[in-house]
Design a protein around this ligand. Structure first.
Ligand SMILES: Nc1ncnc2c1ncn2[C@@H]1O[C@H](COP(=O)(O)OP(=O)(O)O)[C@@H](O)[C@H]1O
Ligand SMILES: [Mg+2]
Length: 252
């Protein structure tokens, strides 16, 4: 165990604990229920993988857990917060800014900013001075192997490099919870492997609770825990021993 994982909040080993999450969307004159009473938890230091086919509710689950999308029913406890959805919208945003990192399939980078600026911006928004933000951002980018790319904009970076910028941006603030939504879907096997290994390290070395949703079963090899969701219901939940050196076979 490393030093990070010993600093746990009010919920012990659990970074996130959710009970009875129900999320419905309007559909024609009625509703579709996309989360049908989901119980979910994730531990500090674990790479928790949520697998399920497209449309099974994975992105909706992440949004409900992270304070982005209010569920109709249920409760989310996260770090020291009991019932995240009882907080004011401003406090929910602050919680997300202070403690959560996000990585998405589409990278979500600002086209006009260099790699360094993408990461610095988040840190400055968090209140770091210009100098400290620059140092932290540089280190974070070096940690993902982008030391030589600091001053390039997204248009001159490959897909794998863009995703590494997004990971550096998420990890630079040392988040306690890292949400990744299909982080490897837009990447080839080789770049996908770089990304999943970085997520593995965020859990093992930084002690983050990494919650990664994907429909790619090949990512299982790196996980401490694999949860399957189908049609808004969790159908299985198993702990396993991760293989940090697993190889993600190329698509080609
Ligand atoms: N904002 C929305 N309005 C209406 N339906 C939605 C909305 N977001 C998602 N859905 C529907 O909810 C279901 C689950 O979506 P999602 O959580 O994105 O699944 P996944 O991430 O597993 O592919 C899908 O059928 C989707 O069409
Ligand atoms: Mg999705």
């Amino acid at each position: 165990m490393n030093a990070h994982t010993k600093v746990h909040g009010a919920h012990g080993d659990f970074a996130v604990e959710a009970k009875g999450l129900v999320k419905r969307f309007k559909s024609g004159r009625g509703f579709v229920e996309v989360l049908k009473g989901v119980d979910f938890d994730a531990r500090h230091g674990d790479l928790t993988m949520v697998m399920g086919p497209s449309g099974s509710g994975k992105s909706t689950l992440i949004a409900a857990l992270s304070g982005l999308l209010r569920p109709e029913k249920g409760q989310v406890d996260a770090l020291d917060v009991d019932n995240l959805w009882k907080l004011s919208p401003g406090r929910i945003d602050k919680f997300r800014l202070d403690h959560c990192g996000f990585i998405f399939q589409g990278f979500n980078l600002f086209p006009a900013l260099t790699a360094l600026q993408q990461v610095e911006t988040v840190l400055k928004y968090q209140g770091l001075s210009k100098d400290r933000a620059r140092k932290r951002a540089t280190l974070a980018l070096e940690e993902v192997g982008l030391g030589p790319r600091l001053h390039q904009k997204p248009s001159s970076l490959s897909g794998g490099e863009k995703q590494r910028v997004a990971i550096a941006r998420a990890l630079a603030k040392d988040p306690k919870i890292l949400f990744a939504d299909e982080p490897t879907s837009a990447l080839d096997g080789e770049n996908g492997q770089v990304v999943i290994r970085l997520l593995r390290r965020a859990a093992s070395d930084h002690g983050a609770a990494v919650i990664c949703v994907t429909h790619d079963p090949r990512l299982e090899a790196w996980a401490d825990r694999v949860i399957h969701i189908e049609d808004g219901v969790i159908v299985s939940d198993e702990r396993r021993v991760p293989d940090p050196n697993a190889v993600l076979a190329s698509h080609h």
